[in-house]
Design a protein around this ligand. Structure first.
Ligand code: GLN
Length: 702
């Protein structure tokens, strides 16, 4: 790709003037120029540079291969992800070269130049990965949680394998195998247990064959032969609807019908075929090719033994086919024996749970395979298929499944359950023991646990804050959103925003990393309307607001009012019964000394400071990759440095210092990070900061 051409379409970002960037406590924030935290127009090089910087933990001028690998695997991308092949290829080539020409150790180091050159080829995906902008941003935590669900589900040993097809009647230990795999619409992948074990897809071939029939003929034609209603009877029941059509494509009658439609045009016309005898072979090759594309170009296999076993015992399917032929349900060109054989072939395709999760991920992604970017089916076809899976995919349990789990899914007699969470991920469990309805017992339990934990049920969105977790939200972002936004609104006197957040379930007593509450900030900033509102709420429900919450320094909101000498505020709070705390000795910042930077993106700043206070370096590096300023300060002019120092997070301090954060920013009360480390007895942090203070004019001890 020609990047010189590409970069010409990006304007260089206008460098910020120092005066734009800094503001003192006394300057009202509304007068500040609003600065984008992530510049929207910038050259390609700046983007790559930022990624380099985010991973150059010690500011040594190189990135360790292990750090890059960890960052990618943390977000769920395998280093051998096909979408990263150009970049990874370039890096491998560079490292090989370095190993040949230099000492051992340097082979693990990627200097700026080679790093930038390499990531450029897959910049969009690498940038999203390193910035954490993927559908499940905290992928590691999510994987740990679903692994815990897997472990609990594994205890379930109820049910028995299918025995009407002899080859499916597995004995120990295969009968107790259990796999779980998932693939998000961004191609983040995770798998647990027997995820590399192959099983036949059986009924999970039904949605695929239905999609293939739709792709070949369109929905009108297909639904001249197949209905769209649940049958109300079991999957292989000898029954058709009132128009003598199979009820839907997810039961055997409907699947036999979809199978009869695949390749139909080629069979009748012989079009495009040099040798008509090749037709059946080509049709099955087309099916396998479709499966391969759905699996992200992993190879599906074919189980001859299951095929033979099923062919010998497919009496019910024969009966169904004859019944349908008698009712003239098939298109006239279809041949009964051929349809049956083809259907059984499709059921005997073998995949792993991991591959099946990619199939489900492709459906979740509207027909585009998330790990290859290849479009396999149109979004319209996928919509039809998911609709049928929602109402008919889980046999006679489909209605209850829609009620309890609320997701399109398909199960099969081999023990697979394929679940689609549209726009989020595809998921697959495989465990051969089936319940009396024919669904995998563990598969059902896992799905239930999944939607009990996360707001994945189709209609969870209607319930607002359901108390379930939303893994689409980064936890640190969520924190900043629920806490910092409320406190910011209080500090600005935006009562409307506070009331809005309250309706959405936010907590009036929320506390930030310094245990500051909305009331502290409203008192400090003399927001009488907000404080009045809080007092009223407290009068109505004493539990809802604590007028005397203590912050990190033991200060109450009344202390803030005194410190800022807000006479009216003092009176208001004292009349409501507020008392003073232990922060009497606090003073206000000395003006004009190292004022902290206030940015236009207070929520990102909130995220950064939360991450620093929790020692979360991964989150900080993602924020640096996004271009968030490390010097940004919150409503109390607290910075990431202050919180890392107060909490003794030396790893974070080192990273912040290596990336140019100032050591002597002063907060609302004039404290520097070193003051904070000393106050909280964070010996190592204080030592680190003192060492730095020798080289800059640190004013903490003045
Ligand atoms: N091949 C199986 C059959 O037709 C598929 C059924 C299923 O998985 N429910 O009997």
């Amino acid at each position: 790709m020609n990047y010189s051409e590409k970069s010409s379409s990006f304007d260089r970002h206008r460098p910020m003037k120092q005066a734009d960037m800094h503001c003192r406590v006394s300057v009202p924030q509304s007068k500040l120029e609003r600065l984008p935290s992530v510049p929207s127009s910038e050259s390609v090089d700046e983007r790559e540079e930022r990624l380099f910087k985010s991973l150059d933990y010690g500011n040594h001028g190189y990135v360790l291969t292990s750090d890059l690998q960890r960052a990618l695997t943390n977000i769920g991308l395998a280093p051998n992800d096909r979408r990263l092949s150009e970049s990874m290829g370039a890096l491998t080539a560079f490292l090989k070269q370095a190993q040949l020409s230099e000492e051992e150790d340097t082979s693990r180091h990627i200097p700026r130049g080679p790093f930038i050159d390499a990531v450029r080829s897959n910049i969009v995906l690498i940038e999203r990965a390193l910035q954490g902008r993927m559908v499940i941003p905290d992928f590691r935590t999510f994987c740990d949680e679903v692994d815990a669900l897997y472990e609990r589900t594994k205890l379930n040993r109820q049910g028995a394998p299918a025995d009407y097809i002899p080859q499916l009647n597995l004995g120990e230990p295969d009968v107790d195998r259990f796999a779980m795999a998932l693939c998000t619409v961004d191609g983040q992948q995770h798998a647990t247990g027997d995820y590399e074990h192959r099983f036949t897809v059986q009924s999970a071939s039904k949605p695929v064959n239905y999609c293939m029939a739709l792709a070949e003929h369109g929905p009108e034609f297909v639904h001249e032969y197949i209905g769209q209603e649940p049958s109300g009877s079991s999957f292989n029941e000898l029954t058709l609807n009132k128009q003598n059509k199979p009820h839907n494509p997810m039961i055997n009658a409907g699947a036999l019908m979809s199978s009869s439609l695949i390749g139909l045009s080629g069979r009748t016309s012989g079009a495009g075929q040099e040798d008509p005898r090749a037709w059946a072979g080509e049709r099955f090759a087309h099916v396998m090719q479709t499966w391969r594309a759905l699996c992200g170009q992993e190879e599906p296999t074919f189980s001859t033994s299951v095929y033979l076993s099923e062919r010998e015992t497919a009496d019910r399917n024969h009966a169904l086919a004859y019944f349908m032929r008698e009712k003239r349900a098939f298109p006239s060109e279809a041949c009964l024996h051929d349809v049956l054989d083809f259907y059984i072939q499709c059921c005997s395709i073998e995949v792993t749970a991991q591959m099946m999760s990619v199939v489900a991920g492709t459906l979740a992604n509207g027909g585009v395979c998330p790990v290859t970017g290849e479009r396999v089916f149109s979004s319209e076809i996928v919509r039809h298929c998911l609709s049928m899976m929602s109402s008919c995919g889980m046999y006679d349990y489909s209605g209850e499944f829609a009620f309890k789990v609320g997701l399109p899914a398909k199960s099969s007699v081999s023990g697979v359950v394929m679940v689609v969470i549209p726009n989020v991920m595809g998921l697959c469990t495989w465990s051969p023991r089936l319940d009396e309805i024919g669904n995998s017992a563990r598969g059902l339990e896992f799905c239930q646990r999944l939607v009990d934990t996360y707001n994945f049920h189709n209609f969870d969105s209607l319930t607002g804050l359901s108390g379930k977790r939303d893994p689409r939200m980064d936890p640190i972002h969520q924190r900043a959103l629920s806490v910092n936004e409320m406190i910011l609104a209080a500090s600005k006197g935006d009562l409307g925003a506070i009331q809005d957040q309250l309706k959405r379930g936010s907590d009036l007593q929320c506390k930030d990393y310094d245990l500051r509450t909305p009331l502290h900030l409203a008192a400090a900033e003399n927001q009488l309307n907000v404080v009045g509102f809080f007092i009223e709420r407290q009068r109505l429900d004493p539990e809802s607001v604590n007028l005397n919450a203590r912050d990190r320094w033991g200060g109450t909101p009344l202390d803030d009012a005194y410190l800022q000498s807000h006479a009216e505020m003092i009176e208001l709070l004292e009349q409501a019964g507020a008392v003073r705390g232990d922060a009497r000795e606090r003073t206000l910042a000395q003006r004009n000394t190292h004022p902290a930077l206030v940015t236009s993106d207070p929520l990102k700043t909130g995220e950064l400071i939360w991450a620093a206070s929790r020692g979360n370096l991964t989150a900080i590096s993602k924020l640096v990759a996004q271009g968030v300023s490390l010097e940004a300060a919150d409503y109390d002019l607290r910075t990431a440095m202050h919180l890392a120092a107060a909490e003794g997070e030396t790893g974070v301090l080192r990273y912040l210092l290596a990336h140019g954060a100032t050591v002597n920013a002063r907060d609302r009360w004039g404290s520097t990070p070193l003051d904070e480390a000393i106050r909280h007895n964070a010996v190592d942090a204080a030592e680190l900061l003192r060492a730095k203070c020798e080289t800059v004019t640190c004013q903490a001890d003045e």
